[in-house]
Design a protein around this ligand. Sequence first.
Ligand code: SAH
Ligand code: SF4
Length: 457
Amino acid sequence: MNSKVNDKRKPGFLAPEVALATFGVRTFGCQMNKSRSEHLAYRLRELGFSQAEKLENADVVIFNTCAVREHAAQRAMGIIGQFAREHKERNPHSLLVVCGCLGQLQREKLLEKCKEIDVLAGTHNWEDLPFLIQRAWWEKEKIVAFRETPPSLYEEKGYWHSNRISAYLPITFGCDNFCSYCVVPYTTGRQRSKPVEIIEEEVKNLADNGFREITLLGQNVNSYGRDWGREEAFEDLLSDIEKWLRGKKIWLRFLTSHPRDLRRGIVEVVKYSDCICPYFHLPLQAGSNKILHLMNRGYTRENYLDKVNLIRQSISGARVGTDIIVGFPGETDSDFQETLEVVKEAQFDVAYTYIYSPRPGTGASLLKDDIPLEVKKERLHILNDILRGIYQKKLPRLEGKIVEVLIDQKEGDLVSGRTANNLRVYLREAHALEIGEWVEVLLTPGEENKVYGSVER
Ligand code: SAH
Ligand code: SF4
C-alpha cells in the first residue's frame, strides 16, 4: 500500500475525514452478488463514505467477484488487474478492495496477480468488511481477511438499492445442494434462511418507499426454512408477503427454483395470488438421467418435465426459464440429444446456456474433463439454435394480446418493460412514460427476437 502522506487519509476525527472518501463497487456474477454489493453500499454509507458517480472517480474501489465459471473468473482477474494499475496512477491514495467468491476461492492467485490489492476478503467476512475497509483507509494497512465458515449469528440487514423501482431481497444465503459441478456451496457455505420478521420489515419498507417490484433471491428459494427443519416454509412466506402487500400494487418475483424442490403448494400460491409473478426459473442443467445423476441434481428428466407440466397446466400464461450446461464429463452425443429432447418438450421461454467448466474442490473436478472444447462449443451452438427456434415460434402467437407491462428501461427513445410473466416488451412509439409506470400494451409483430407493443390508453 502506498504510504505517502495523504491529506484524505491522515488520522483525525472520523466523521469529517471519512465523509471525504467516496467508494464505487463493480459487481461480477449473479443477482445475489448484486444484492450483496447493495448491502455493502448501505453499510459503507452508514460509516460516512459516499458513493462516487463513476468507479474511475472513487477513492475506495471495490470489486465484488464471482467464481462460478473459470472463464469469467479469469476475465474478472484481468479486468481487476488492469483497472487497479490505471487507477493507482490516477489516484495513488485510492484503496483497492476485492471481495466475494473469487476472494474466497483463489486468494493466493489474486494477491500474486494483482499487487495493488489493499483489502482482500472472502465471502464469510461480509459482516466485518465495511470496518476492514474503514481501517485500511485510515491505517494504510494491507488487510487479508479470510474465514473458513460463515458467522452463524449474522443477519444481513439494509440495502442501498441501485434501482429505485425494482429491489432484490435475499431470503437465503449459501447452498446445501452440492451439485457436483458447482462451487457455490464451497464459497458461500451452508444454507442460512433469513428470519421471517426481518423479511417482513424489509418488504414493508420497500412497499412504503414506492418500489414496484421485489425479487426474492436464494440459490434455491424452494428450500427456504429447511435449515430450521421446515419443509414448506417458502409457500408460507409467499402467502405472508401477499398479506403484507395487500392493497398495494407491487409485483413479487423469486429466483431460483431447484426443480427437485418445486412443489404443488408453491405453484398453488402463485396461481391464486394477485401479486406473485407467474415466472419460474427452473434450471434443467442436463436432460439425460445419467448426467443428472452425475451432477447430483436429485431429479430425473421425467420428474423435471412433470414439474414443467404442473406449472403450465396450473397457471395459464406462466413462463418457464432454465439454465443448461453442455459438455459435463462423460456427456456422450446421445446424452446431449436427450438434453435437446427435454428442451423441445419443455418449450422454454428463457434460457441461459453454459459450457461446463471444472471448478476446484467440487465433486465433478475429480472426473476427467473429457469433452473436447470444440465439441462443447458445437453442442452449445446447436442448443442455442434450438432454443432460439422455440422462442421465435412463440413470437407470432403473442401478437394481438393485451398485456400489462411495468416500464423499467429507457435507452434513448427505446422504452421497454416487463410483463408479470417476465417477457420484455419494447414500445413502438417513443412515449412520455416514466420508469415505474404500469401500462396496458397491445402486442404487435416482433422483430429480431424482440417483442414490440403499442400502448393502449
Ligand atoms: N442456484 C442456482 C444457480 C447457480 S449458478 C441453481 O441451482 O440453478 C448459475 C448457473 O451457472 C447454474 O444454474 C449452472 O447452469 C451454471 N454453472 C454453475 N457451475 C458451473 C460450472 N462449473 N460450469 C458451467 N456452468 C456452471
Ligand atoms: Fe450450485 Fe446446485 Fe446450489 Fe445452484 S443448487 S448454487 S447449482 S450447488
